[in-house]
Design a protein around this ligand. Structure first.
Ligand SMILES: Cc1cc2nc3c(=O)[nH]c(=O)nc-3n(C[C@H](O)[C@H](O)[C@H](O)COP(=O)(O)OP(=O)(O)OC[C@H]3O[C@@H](n4cnc5c(N)ncnc54)[C@H](O)[C@@H]3O)c2cc1C
Length: 396
């Protein structure tokens, strides 16, 4: 196992850094830096800039329009994007449904959807969870009944991130109510403009609108939108979740947020000196930095093993647990460092002529702290990840 970057990898880093420096609109970087809620256009703009360079889907092979990067190149790319405050690339198309389509889809599905994902012409959302079927996903009840060359879908999805922007949803549905729970599930691609779909917002604790309920009432979906075989959707769903957990560690984002935390702690005062010099706060920052370094090396070890052809097993759960906890700690420390300036909880629209309450660097920190409470829940809760580790590593 070699964790040193090669000369080619270092040259690649320079290339990525140069491209971002020349192409990332400063206003977009500023918005991302302030952690203000990014809108639809913000995500699409940056995604299309990358796609013009051939970097719209960093994880895809060349055959389907990706750059064909190694895992290490992808890691470097993520680091450079986060360090430059580029908006994150949304995972639903490029990291979730895209690989499912090119691995299990028909030629027609590949031809139709992959170029649209690359250019973000479609906005995808993930219709897995239902009320009562989150951790126990295989108990899902949304049903799809056969009617000629269509399925008729009825049910209720919940926590559907960005369904209010999406025009497409990849959805788990029950096609056989009599089979064992995992075997009666199918994976359908649903056009969100089909009659019978209602999207209702859920406003989260950060006062943001990111998640939704989706109601499906006699929604007719062409059978040509079925991925793979009917009743085998669980296999495709698990393939997708494995990918989700390795990206959810968010090492690069946490490194960038840690740098910001230190900036805040250098600017804030405690007992007449910069807060960063105060022993107990300094110890907390050091502790999370050590955790993050350890996570980064674990992540690199997993990448090195994957590059050597070994699959990802329970390591994905380890990365998810530690990555999400570190994200929570860093956002919490930022609020602690800000003291009462973390409290004003403003939503200043773009172009507002009202000055913010408190220093500029306080903007968005409370929203980030509150939203990050969800990191230990989404993508499979941390309790479930611990169950996986207990079973696969400890044999319990
Ligand atoms: C911000 C956010 C965005 C999300 N985005 C999406 C999305 O885009 N698409 C989508 O389909 N879903 C999405 N989800 C849903 C997410 O995947 C589920 O919330 C998650 O899987 C947990 O399911 P649940 O909410 O039903 O909780 P439950 O499964 O009811 O769990 C409740 C609690 O019990 C614990 N628990 C449950 N079972 C066990 C067990 N066997 N052992 C130990 N503890 C257990 C859990 O860890 C949790 O603490 C999102 C969730 C959030 C918060």
């Amino acid at each position: 196992m070699d964790l040193e970057f090669t000369a080619e990898e270092r040259a690649f880093r320079e290339e990525v850094r140069g491209f971002i420096r020349d192409s990332l609109p400063p206003a977009l970087a500023e918005k991302t830096r302030r952690m203000t809620h990014l809108g639809r256009e913000d995500f699409v703009t940056w995604h299309r800039i990358l796609n013009q360079r051939g970097w719209g889907a960093p994880g895809w092979p060349k055959e389907y329009g990706g750059p064909g990067w190694t895992l290490i190149q992808r890691y470097i790319f993520d680091e450079e994007c986060a360090a430059a405050d580029a908006p994150p690339l949304l995972p639903f198309g490029i990291a979730m449904v895209g690989p499912v389509i090119y691995t299990f889809g028909t030629e027609e599905q590949k031809k139709r959807y992959l170029p649209r994902i690359l250019n973000m012409d479609d906005w995808w959302c993930q219709g897995y969870s239902e009320p009562g079927s989150g951790s126990d996903l295989a108990s899902l009840r949304t049903k799809a009944e056969s009617d000629g060359d269509h399925y008729v879908v009825n049910g209720h999805k919940i926590w559907t991130t960005q369904a209010h922007y999406a025009n497409m949803m990849f959805c788990l549905v029950r096609t056989d109510p009599n089979a064992k729970p995992q075997e009666g599930i199918s994976f359908l691609l649903i056009d969100m403009n089909t009659p019978g779909i209602t999207v209702r917002p859920i406003i989260s604790i950060d006062e943001g609108h990111g998640v939704n309920e989706v109601f499906l009432d006699n929604v007719r979906v062409p059978k040509s939108n079925l991925i793979g075989k009917e009743g085998k959707g669980w296999t495709y769903a698990k393939f997708l979740l494995g990918n989700e957990r390795t990206t959810i560690a968010e090492v690069s984002t946490s490194k960038q947020r840690l740098r910001r935390l230190k900036e805040i702690a250098r600017a804030e005062q405690a007992f007449g000196a910069p807060l960063i010099e105060e022993a107990s706060f300094r110890a907390k920052v050091a502790a999370v930095e050590i955790e993050l370094m350890a996570l980064e090396y674990t992540n690199l070890r997993v990448l090195a093993a994957e590059t050597a052809g070994k699959g990802v097993g329970p390591e994905a759960s380890m990365l998810k647990i530690r990555g999400s906890e570190i994200q929570q700690t860093i956002t919490e420390l930022a609020c602690e460092a800000l003291g009462y300036y973390a409290n004003p909880y403003e939503h200043r629209p773009d172009g507002s002529n009202q000055p913010p309450v408190g220093p500029d660097y306080a903007q968005g920190r409370m929203e980030a702290f509150l939203y990050n409470r969800a990191t230990t829940i989404y993508g499979g809760s941390n309790e479930i990840q611990r169950n996986i580790i207990a079973k696969m590593v400890l044999g319990l």
